[in-house]
Ligand binder design. Structure first.
Ligand code: GDP
Length: 695
C-alpha cells in the first residue's frame, strides 16, 4: 500500500507544476507551531538529519515544501532543490546552508515570502511523505521586524492549512495548550479536529502525569490524536545529531513506562509519529483520489478541447519556433538582396556621383563670369578646340580631378554599407523581433561588426581601382553620347527644381509682382553696398549719407529679403542651365569627345559613369559578396547555436503567441500524464476506482 502514497506524492508534485488551483490539490502535511515550540526539531527527527536553518532571528521566512522519498536498499542519502539545479547534495550541512541563504534572500523589510522552497530528500530511512514547513507564529515582533509580521505569518499559514491538507500542530508540553497558536489556527479551519494531528514536544520538561494528561487529548480532542515526542533530551548536552537525540527519546519514554507504556494506549516517540503521519497521509490521499481524478479529467478535457479549437492539435516546440524564426530572417534578408544587385548599386552610386558633378560644375563653371564666353566659343564653328585659350583646358583638368579625387572610394562604400545597415535595422525593428529585443540587438550588433570590418578594406580597394582615372580618362564616342544624354537629363531635372523653388517663393511672398519688387529692391541694396565698399576704400567719412542710404533700407522684413536672395540665386542658376542646355544640344557638343573642352558637363558625366561602374564592381566583390556569405552563417552561429536549451525556451516564450501555445500544450501533456498515472493506480488498488473514462 505504501506504493500508493509514493505514486500520489509524484502526482501531487506534477499537479502543483500544472497550476495552484485548489481543485487540483492532493493533500500534504502542513507543519505549524509557534516559534521555539520545537517544530524544527520534530522535522529533523523525522528526517534523521539536522538540515533546517538555525538562528534567533526568525530563520524560516519562506514555506519549505519538503518531499521525502523512501529509497529502499539505497545506502546514500541526499537532498535536491529541483528548481535550483544544484544536483544531488549529500552533505546535509550544505542543505542547511542553502536553505539559510534562500531564507535570508527574502528582504528583511518583507520578513516573509509566499514563494515556497522545493526540497526533496531521498533516503532509505525516510518514509514517503510530503511536509510543508511554515514560518513559526510569533507573539510580539522584535524591533527590527515589521509591525504587520504577525498577520503576515498568520495569513501565510492560513493559506496552507486549508483543505485537503493535514495539519500538524506543534505545541510544547510546557506551554498551556490553551495558548497554542497552532491549535487555535487549526480549530478555525478544522473545528471538529478531523484533519489535525497534535504533536506535543518537550515532553521531558513536564512531569509524566501531566504529559500523559495532555496526550490523552481530553481537553482539546483531536480525531487523529496527539503524539508526544522528546527531540532534544534535557539534562544532556545538546547534540548535533538528530539520530543520537532519538536514542535519548527512547530512553526517556522507557524510563517512564508506567505512564507512557503500551498499556496506556498513548502515542509517544518519533517513530510512532512517523508511522502515524504515513497512515494519515495515505488514507487522506486515498480518499482524495476519487475527487482529484474527476477534477483532472475535467481539466484535461477542457485543455484538449482548447488545444483542438485554438491550434487544431498542432504541436510546436521551442526549438522549431527558433529554427523557423531564423529561416524567416534569412528569407526576409534575401528578399532585400535584390536591391543590392550590381545594376541597382551602380545606379545608386551614379546618383551620388551626379551630385558631385553638379557641385564641381557649380564651383568651377557656373560661378565663373566667363562661362558665357565658353558657350559663344562653342557656337562658333570656326573655333577649333586647339585654338581655345589654355584657361579652359586647365579648368577642365581641374574639374576632372576634383571629381576623381573627391573620396569616391569611401563615399561609395559608405553609401552601400548604410543601405545594408538600414535593411538590417528595419528587419530587426519588425515582427517577430519586436518580441525578442535582445536577439534584435545582437542581430544589429554583429551585422554592424561585419560591415565595420569590411568598410576600410573596400574603400581602399575601390580607391585603388579608380586611381588611373585620376590621371587620364579616355572617353569613346559611345560613352560621350551617353554622357551627353545624361547631362541633359541632369540639367533638365535641376532646372525643374529651380522652377519649383521659384514658384514656392513666389507663393510665399505673395505673387510674382511682389517678388520682382522685392528682387529689384535687394538688387539696389546690393549696389549700394558695393558703392559703400568703394567709398570706404576711398576713405569717406559718413558712409550712409555719402551713399545716399535712407531709412527705407528696412522696408521689408528680413525673412522676405532672404527669400528674394534665394529667388535671385534660382534665377541666375536657371539662366546658366538654359544656356548650357542649348550648348549640350548644339552640333559642337554632339560632335564627340574632341569637343570636351567646350562641353565639360558631358566629359564629367562620362567620368562619373566610369567611376560608378568600377566602384560598383569592387564594392560587389569586397563588401556585398562577403556580407551575403557571412550574414546567414552569423545568424546560425551567433543567434542559434549560441543558445542552450533553457535560452531557446526563453527565446520562444518571449513571443506571447508562442508562449500561450506552449503553455496550453504543456498543460495538456501534463494532465494526460497525470491521468495516465491515476488510471494506473486503479490496478494498484482495486477498491479505488478512478471515474469512468469518457474516451
Ligand atoms: P522551532 O523554533 O519551533 O523550530 O523550535 P526548535 O526546534 O528550534 O526548538 C526550540 C528550542 O527548544 C531549541 O532550543 C531546542 O533545543 C529546544 N527543544 C526542542 N525540542 C525539545 C525537547 O523535546 N526537549 C527539550 N528539552 N528541548 C527541546
Amino acid at each position: 500500500l505504501m506504493h500508493l502514497t509514493r505514486k500520489l506524492i509524484e502526482i501531487r508534485s506534477m499537479l502543483l507544476s500544472i497550476d495552484q488551483s485548489d481543485a487540483l490539490k492532493l493533500p500534504s502535511i502542513v507543519v505549524i507551531g509557534s516559534q521555539s515550540s520545537g517544530k524544527s526539531s520534530v522535522l529533523e527527527a523525522i528526517v534523521g538529519h539536522e538540515f533546517l536553518p538555525k538562528g534567533n532571528n526568525m530563520v524560516t521566512r519562506r514555506p519549505i515544501e519538503l518531499t521525502l522519498i523512501h529509497t529502499p536498499g539505497a545506502t546514500e542519502e541526499y537532498g535536491e532543490f529541483p528548481s535550483l539545479g544544484l544536483g544531488r547534495i549529500t552533505d546535509f550541512g550544505s542543505i542547511q546552508r542553502t536553505l539559510t541563504d534562500l531564507n535570508l534572500a527574502v528582504p528583511a523589510s518583507d520578513a516573509v515570502s509566499n514563494e515556497p522552497i522545493d526540497l526533496r530528500i531521498y533516503s532509505s530511512r525516510v518514509p514517503d511523505l510530503t511536509l510543508i514547513d511554515l514560518p513559526g507564529y510569533i507573539q510580539i515582533p522584535s524591533l527590527d521586524q515589521p509591525e504587520t509580521l504577525k498577520e503576515k505569518i498568520a495569513g501565510l499559514c492560513e493559506r496552507y492549512i486549508r483543505e485537503p491538507n493535514i495539519i500538524l500542530a506543534v505545541c510544547a508540553a510546557d506551554v498551556d495548550l490553551a495558548n497554542s497558536p497552532a491549535l487555535r489556527a487549526s480549530r478555525k479551519v478544522d473545528p471538529l479536529g478531523l484533519r489535525t494531528i497534535g504533536v506535543i514536544t518537550k515532553m521531558d520538561l513536564v512531569p509524566p502525569e501531566q504529559g500523559a494528561t495532555i496526550l490523552s487529548g481530553n481537553r482539546y480532542p483531536l480525531h487523529l490524536g496527539y503524539v508526544g515526542v522528546v527531540c532534544k533530551p534535557s539534562g544532556k548536552k545538546p547534540s548535533s545529531s538528530a539520530l543520537i537525540a532519538r536514542n535519548g527519546e527512547d530512553d526517556y519514554f522507557r524510563s517512564n513506562r508506567e505512564h507512557y507504556g503500551s498499556a496506556s494506549s498513548l502515542m509517544v516517540g518519533t517513530s510512532t509519529l512517523r508511522r502515524r503521519l504515513m497512515e494519515v497521509l495515505e488514507s487522506s490521499m486515498a480518499s482524495s483520489l476519487h475527487g482529484i481524478t474527476n477534477a483532472v479529467q475535467l481539466e484535461l478535457e477542457e485543455a484538449q478541447y482548447q488545444f483542438k479549437v485554438q491550434y487544431n492539435d498542432r504541436r510546436i516546440t521551442a526549438e522549431s519556433y527558433v529554427a523557423e524564426t531564423m529561416d524567416e530572417l534569412k528569407a526576409r534578408f534575401s528578399e532585400f538582396i535584390v536591391q543590392f544587385r550590381k545594376p541597382q548599386v551602380r545606379a545608386k552610386l551614379k546618383a551620388m556621383l551626379d551630385e558631385k558633378v553638379l557641385n564641381v560644375l557649380e564651383q568651377l563653371y557656373w560661378s565663373d563670369k566667363r562661362t558665357p564666353e565658353l558657350s559663344a566659343l562653342a557656337a562658333d564653328p570656326k573655333v577649333k578646340p586647339e585654338m581655345v585659350e589654355p584657361y579652359w583646358k586647365y579648368k577642365l583638368d581641374a574639374a576632372a580631378s576634383l571629381l576623381t579625387k573627391s573620396g569616391v572610394g569611401r563615399d561609395a562604400t559608405l553609401l552601400v554599407a548604410h543601405g545594408l545597415r538600414a535593411v538590417i535595422d528595419s528587419i530587426a525593428a519588425g515582427e517577430p523581433f519586436t518580441f525578442h529585443p535582445r536577439a534584435a540587438e545582437r542581430l544589429i550588433e554583429f551585422s554592424h561588426t561585419i560591415l565595420r570590418e569590411r568598410i576600410g578594406i573596400t574603400s581602399d580597394q575601390v580607391e585603388n581601382c579608380i586611381k588611373p582615372y585620376k590621371y587620364e580618362v579616355d572617353v569613346d564616342p559611345r560613352e560621350w553620347e551617353a554622357g551627353r544624354t545624361q547631362a541633359m537629363t541632369l540639367f533638365e531635372k535641376e532646372a525643374e527644381m529651380c522652377e519649383k523653388k521659384l514658384q514656392e517663393i513666389r507663393k510665399k511672398v505673395g505673387g510674382s509682382r511682389r517678388l520682382s519688387n522685392l528682387m529689384s529692391y535687394v538688387k539696389s541694396l546690393e549696389e549700394k553696398e558695393s558703392q559703400r565698399k568703394q567709398l570706404r576704400l576711398s576713405g569717406a567719412e559718413d558712409l550712409d549719407s555719402a551713399a545716399g542710404l535712407t531709412e527705407d533700407e528696412y522696408r521689408y522684413p528680413p525673412a522676405q529679403i532672404l527669400d528674394a536672395r534665394h529667388a535671385m540665386l534660382c534665377n541666375d542658376r536657371l539662366s546658366i542651365l538654359k544656356l548650357r542646355l542649348t550648348a549640350l544640344k548644339s552640333k559642337r557638343c554632339k560632335a564627340g569627345p574632341e569637343s570636351e573642352v567646350f562641353c565639360p558637363e558631358i566629359f564629367l558625366n562620362a567620368v562619373a559613369d566610369k567611376l560608378a561602374y568600377t566602384s560598383a564592381m569592387f564594392i560587389n566583390i569586397e563588401l556585398l559578396d562577403h556580407f551575403f556569405y557571412t550574414f546567414p552563417r552569423e545568424i546560425d552561429s551567433r543567434l542559434l547555436y549560441d543558445l542552450d536549451r533553457r535560452e531557446i525556451v526563453e527565446f520562444a516564450r518571449e513571443n506571447p503567441v508562442v508562449r500561450r501555445h506552449l503553455d496550453l500544450q504543456e498543460r495538456k501533456d501534463k494532465l494526460e500524464e497525470v491521468m495516465k498515472q491515476l488510471n494506473s493506480l486503479a490496478t494498484l488498488r482495486p477498491d479505488v476506482q478512478p471515474t469512468a473514462r469518457r474516451q
